[in-house]
Design a protein around this ligand. Structure first.
Ligand SMILES: [Fe+2]
Ligand SMILES: [Fe+2]
Length: 242
């Protein structure tokens, strides 16, 4: 039984679990001062509050992800969340982590081997994330929207010229291989193992909690893509093309 319901306010939700503030942030909400029950949040701010409740519950569960909790939501609502979350990662989370690395540089100097490790990791990781997001937004998401249109609009022609021989199966293989979430956990573990003397310091603790929250966030994001969106896209493809 989950603590989180649509009768709770964002402030109550983040008192229960402070990490959940990052879910509200992508909907433009400052949760710590928001006393409006979730069910009364404006549709322009959050198009489906029940979806938001399920996402908050998924973040709040210590492990596992249950895709069946998301089966009743429309493809548009799922894509809205994914697009919104991409923007949030690029505009906010990556920049926050960069700032934490800057604080560590101030504390230990850029010649410290930890800073070399962090700078090398993050310049490659940020590029990989931007590429991963671009691929989804340029190909997968428009393709899924096209499939929805095809299935819902009798007589509509397949837009071969736009999507060519696009294949969901090929996309899925590449998508899983990126492992954006587990890379962050591995980095955190590596720092713990190699620089145990730094792990109790304030700038490191901030970075560590950011990596922890981002890893959880990405895990859920990728689960929604792989276990909710992809099976639905395959079913739509079957309906559209037989
Ligand atoms: Fe994504
Ligand atoms: Fe992804």
């Amino acid at each position: 039984m989950s603590f989180i319901h649509h009768t709770n306010t964002p402030r109550e939700v983040v008192i229960h679990n402070p990490m959940l503030s990052i879910v509200f942030e992508r909907f433009g909400m400052v949760s710590t001062t928001n006393d409006v029950p979730l069910r009364r949040i404006d549709k322009r701010q959050c198009p489906d509050v029940n979806f938001l409740v399920e996402v908050l519950r998924a973040f709040d569960q210590p492990d596992g992800f249950d895709p069946s909790r998301f089966h009743n939501f429309s493809t548009y609502i799922i894509l809205d969340y994914l697009y919104r979350t991409h923007r949030y990662y690029v505009d906010k989370r990556l920049l926050e982590i960069e700032r934490s690395i800057d604080s560590l540089t101030l504390a230990y100097g850029q010649d410290h081997p930890l800073l070399t490790l962090l700078n090398n990791f993050f310049s490659a990781y940020s590029k990989q994330m931007v590429k991963h997001i671009k691929l989804e937004e340029d190909t997968l998401f428009p393709y899924v929207l096209h499939l929805v249109e095809l299935v819902e609009t009798p007589g509509m022609e397949r837009a071969d010229s736009v999507f060519g021989n696009y294949q969901l199966a090929a996309f899925a293989g590449q998508h899983e291989a990126d492992e954006l979430d587990t890379q962050l956990g591995n980095l955190r573990q590596l720092i713990h193992d190699q620089y145990p003397e730094l792990t109790g310091t304030f700038p490191f603790m901030i970075l560590s909690s950011q990596l922890d929250a981002f890893e959880r966030d990405l895990y859920i994001h990728e689960c929604i893509e792989e276990e909710v969106l992809m099976p639905r896209a395959k079913e739509l493809e079957r309906q559209a093309f037989g």
